[in-house]
Design a protein around this ligand. Sequence first.
Ligand code: SF4
Ligand code: SF4
Length: 297
Amino acid sequence: MKIAVASGKGGTGKTTVSSSLVSVWESPVIALDLDVEEPNLHLFLNPEFTDKRMANMEIPKIDDALCSKCGQCGELCQFKAISLMGEVLMTFPEMCHGCGGCIAICPEGALTKDFRELGEITWGKNGKNEFLMGRLRVGEAMSPPLMRAVKEKLGEMLDASSTDVIPKDVIIDAPPGVSCPAINAVMDSDLIILVTEPTPFGFYDMKLAHEAFLPMGKPMGVVINRAGLGNSEVYDYCNEVKLEIFAEIPYDRKIAEAYANGDVISESSDEMKQIFISLADKVKEKAGSNASQGGAA
Ligand code: SF4
Ligand code: SF4
């Protein structure tokens, strides 16, 4: 079972919910931080990192001695990452999506494979759980290729645990927003939790996220953070579109303090623990038949 914790915007408490859900989940899970531009799940779960590897993307390298300046590679590239400018063929590695098309099409064999570093994949242990995260290299603009590499590692971890008595579930801390990285993070999940707050901004961004994820046909539910703050728009919308509110986290100074201290809030009081145990039960029930126990993402 793969559960994605998402939000229409940052700062709504997405990582608070992810870390707390990991903490109360009865069976072992893989806690996966796919917010590769700004990973912070590890700051709450404090895993013991055991290994890491770099993730690279294939980019073209020009051999000027072989290049006939025919321009076919530039015509093929949809991203203007290779271009004939007068008599000079130039590459723009930061714009390359690594499709390999130019290398395949070059009639002179003048393009070979080079690599651009995307970022780092790190993994380790967190008590009975495993932990996995990606971190985009500073200055790198494209996160989906790194996310794919992180998912490959997730597949390896799931394969390695496939002989476990209980297959490992995966709790995914997704990037905020509704752009490609957010879609990429939730697309393999069995259920999406939308974390929001009952404010006009919270409502607007949650509605965007709900509408963006809806075509995937996955079960979805809402966790309202800082309940008691703001207005009723989030509640009215959920009621109108029949989007279930899975849990509410009260607006409470003690919770804010726990968060600021880097604490997992389900461990901060019995009340909070109960809220997240109920949320975990609800999620398991709703993910139900949609769940794909084990297997690669
Ligand atoms: S397709 Fe090959 S030969 Fe033609 S311009 Fe590109 S690199 Fe040069
Ligand atoms: S690998 Fe693909 S995206 Fe990159 S330069 Fe070549 S054609 Fe363009």
